[in-house]
Design a protein around this ligand. Sequence first.
Ligand SMILES: NC(=O)c1ccc[n+]([C@@H]2O[C@H](COP(=O)([O-])OP(=O)(O)OC[C@H]3O[C@@H](n4cnc5c(N)ncnc54)[C@H](O)[C@@H]3O)[C@@H](O)[C@H]2O)c1
Length: 281
Amino acid sequence: MTVAVAPSRRYFKMSWERAPLLKGKTIVVTGSASGIGLETARVCTAMGAKVLGIDLTKRFDHVEEFYRADLSDGATIDALIDVLPKGIDGIANIAGLPPTAPADKVLAVNLFGLKHLTLGLLPKLNDGASIVNLASLAGFGWPDAIPAIRASETVHVDDAARFASDHQITNAGGRSYFFSKEALIAWTMQNRWTWRDRGIRMNTVSPGPVDTPILGDFLETLGARAEEDARIMDRPGTPQDLAPIVAFLLSDMTTWIRGTNIPADGGMSSNILCDMHGLSS
Ligand SMILES: NC(=O)c1ccc[n+]([C@@H]2O[C@H](COP(=O)([O-])OP(=O)(O)OC[C@H]3O[C@@H](n4cnc5c(N)ncnc54)[C@H](O)[C@@H]3O)[C@@H](O)[C@H]2O)c1
């Protein structure tokens, strides 16, 4: 007779210290003061990494070094690139603003500033480094935004306001936020092989709604659309759902995952795809 034993609660209380996947690695985590970034700093530290945290808000939890910086400002990002040490093994680009912030700031932090920091840090990355960008389910519609995405490719972080005005990207319906994530997914795909000779790879993780301080801002902006999501979903995600995925992508277990967008959304993107392609019953 076989007896099925349900895993104990302790089984689910993972001790990341027992999974030192990032031992000896130096990882930069932006947005390390709150939500998904804070939890990512915690998990990476527990997995053995030395975490260099960056945020506008001062908070030193789970980081070995903390750098206070405004990632919407070109000169500040340049200064940050100068002071960060060499020998970086990973960047988790997690800092982000919701669509209740001014549209140019949303674009600057979520897209242009992220790119500026990442490209500026390339000379300080070790060969084999991994870059993980926090995108969103909100970026799902990127194929419908190709002209604006192409136009955004070479925009400097300090020109975010002009770009927003030229392309009429406002906060109406959360468009600034949606566009920032669409363009981020596209940029990551486009750079699937750019640094392949150095073994450097870049991927995005796209969460659905996650219970962090900015969830309320999304609900406020998206209104009925967010209510429909909440009706379909069993629960919103938590930072604890996301951080281990980011840490896994930063580890050496994922060297052949390149330029990919990984949805982590409780099944929401599959639900949209099934609806789109006639696979829902
Ligand atoms: N919460 C969600 O529902 C959700 C869903 C999908 C994607 N995301 C993405 O996840 C990432 C993390 O968001 P979160 O939910 O943990 O939110 P959060 O507000 O808890 O954390 C965001 C962090 O970014 C920092 N930040 C904002 N502007 C900054 C700036 N100019 N310079 C430096 N740091 C700045 C904030 O201070 C904060 O610590 C964001 O990129 C967000 O777009 C969130």
